[in-house]
Design a protein around this ligand. Structure first.
Ligand code: DX5
Ligand code: ZN
Length: 218
């Protein structure tokens, strides 16, 4: 029997005009985290939303907020997102020339320290800090937009990262972000994924709670 993944629906794909309703739906669902995508229009070619919307989500959220910062100089904003209620904060390795310092900052704020890596980035970038990381977010699309096609190399990358985590006795969870759906969910869990982010696959469905439950079952 395959392991049961944690499911983190991405509100980027939700109906922003009805955020309260969408968050309450997630509260009632089998979702484990609420994935929040922050885009600055610099690190990625798109702007999503920022602190006020994150604070508004927190007012209704009954599940941990998993904040994915697709921004340059994330060290300038992590404290504010922590105060806004983030339990997990991920910074992008490509935006952090001093990643060890970023991880220490996240830990000092009392949140789980996450690192996201773009599709082209080698997992070897993380090897020397892997024991300081709580969650590694493997991007399975190029960050910036929801609804993109899943990149197949993600399976190979996930397997290699799992081996690196085990070899280094790290506790890091592997999260997969982008293009996750019923066709790849089980294969990703078999490759070593612990957390599956899903945006469009959940929110474009007529039965989002059913989709979340189905992703969990694999
Ligand atoms: C992409 C974001 C993802 C996105 C996933 O830059 O980081 O979290 O919302 O959406 P789907 O599941 O639609 O690819
Ligand atoms: Zn994301």
């Amino acid at each position: 029997m395959s392991r049961t993944p944690l499911i983190a629906p991405s509100v980027l794909a939700s109906d922003f005009a009805n955020l309260e309703r969408e968050i309450k739906m997630l509260n009632e669902s089998e979702a484990d985290y609420i994935h929040i995508d922050i885009m600055d229009g610099v690190f990625v070619p798109n702007i999503s939303f920022g602190l006020p919307v994150t604070e508004a989500i927190k007012r209704h959220a009954r599940k941990p907020m998993d904040v994915h910062l697709m921004i340059v100089q994330p060290e300038r904003y992590v404290e504010a997102f922590r105060k806004a209620g983030a339990e997990i904060i991920s910074v992008h390795v490509e935006a952090c020339p001093h990643l060890h310092r970023n991880l220490q900052q996240l830990k000092s704020l009392g949140c789980k320290a996450g690192v996201a890596i773009n599709p082209h980035t080698s997992i070897s970038e993380l090897e020397n800090v892997i024991q300081d990381i709580d969650l590694i977010c493997i991007m399975s699309v190029n960050p910036g937009f929801g609804g993109q096609k899943f990149i197949e190399n993600t399976y190979r990358k996930t397997k290699a990262l799992k081996e690196m985590i085990v070899a280094n006795k790290s506790q890091a969870l592997i999260e997969i972000d982008g293009g996750v759906n019923e066709a790849n969910a089980r294969l990703l869990v078999e490759a070593g994924a612990d957390v599956l982010v899903a945006g469009n696959f959940v929110f474009s469905s007529k039965d989002p709670k059913g989709v979340i439950a189905a992703l969990k079952r694999g």
